[in-house]
Ligand binder design. Structure first.
Ligand SMILES: [Zn+2]
Ligand SMILES: [Zn+2]
Length: 241
């Protein structure tokens, strides 16, 4: 970690914003993965400027899933940059704010969900138009090839992003990597059942990810595993079987 961000590859940054993360891929054009909370959109644009690049160079904005800590800043980043927004097909109605497709309350416990409703209303992302619908197996150009891996369970349209040339995965919220006391002995885990729509699917998605050839594993809410991630993920997947 240096001055508020992780540099995972020479041209891949993890920018922590309010307990979540934005990933920024800097090439001829710039790709942004997630955009944090509603208030984070400005930080994303400022970060790109800090790298000496113009916000208009952001050409692609990818959503890992519709939760407010991931797409909150997206309307701002899109408006400021003209970047195309890419979202898994299952979540397009939620983020575009179609009538009748109100964003589901992420809290699975009804009482907790009710208690959180006023807070959720404040944090509710502004709707934005989707330019590109994503499907499992789609391949886009960033970092020499970025494969869309549909990893439902946390949400129905959760995706992880796989970069085979680098053995690198951005898991989004499909995996956790929680620390123990003083952050020692971090351990891989399933997404929290508190805010995940289908835990059986979430387990299946981890088994799917464990088949990838991995060296580096990145999470939205935790620091990355910078080397040897494949064996760690395989061991975790075996423990679920
Ligand atoms: Zn989430
Ligand atoms: Zn999250």
């Amino acid at each position: 970690m240096s001055s508020g961000f992780h540099q995972i590859l020479p041209n891949l940054y993890q920018l922590p914003v309010g307990g979540t993360s934005v990933f920024v891929i800097v090439e001829d054009t710039i790709t942004v993965v997630d955009a944090g909370w509603r208030t984070s959109g400005r930080r994303v644009v400022e970060f790109v400027q800090r790298l000496g690049r113009a916000p208009q160079e952001i050409s692609l904005i990818v959503s890992t899933h519709y939760h407010a800590d991931h797409i909150g800043g997206m309307a701002h980043v899109k408006a400021r940059t003209g970047g195309r927004v890419a979202v898994h097909e299952a979540e397009v109605p939620y983020v575009q704010g179609h009538p009748g497709a109100r964003m589901p309350n992420p809290f699975q416990n009804t009482v907790v969900g009710l208690l959180m409703t006023p807070l959720l209303a404040v944090m509710q992302p502004r709707p934005f138009a989707v330019d590109l619908q994503l499907h499992d197996g789609d391949r886009l150009s960033p970092l020499g090839g970025m494969e869309i891996v549909h990893t439902p369970g946390h949400t129905p349209g959760s995706i992880s992003l796989y970069f085979p040339q680098h053995g690198l995965l951005i898991a989004g919220d499909a995996l956790e990597y929680k620390g123990g006391w003083l952050d020692r002995r971090r351990q891989l885990g399933l997404p929290s059942g508190m805010v995940s729509s289908d835990m059986a699917q979430a387990r299946e998605s981890v088994l799917k990810l464990a088949k990838l050839d991995l060296e580096v594993l990145c999470f939205s809410h935790f620091p990355p595993i910078q080397g040897g991630a494949g064996p760690s993920l395989s061991r975790f997947a075996e423990s679920l079987a």
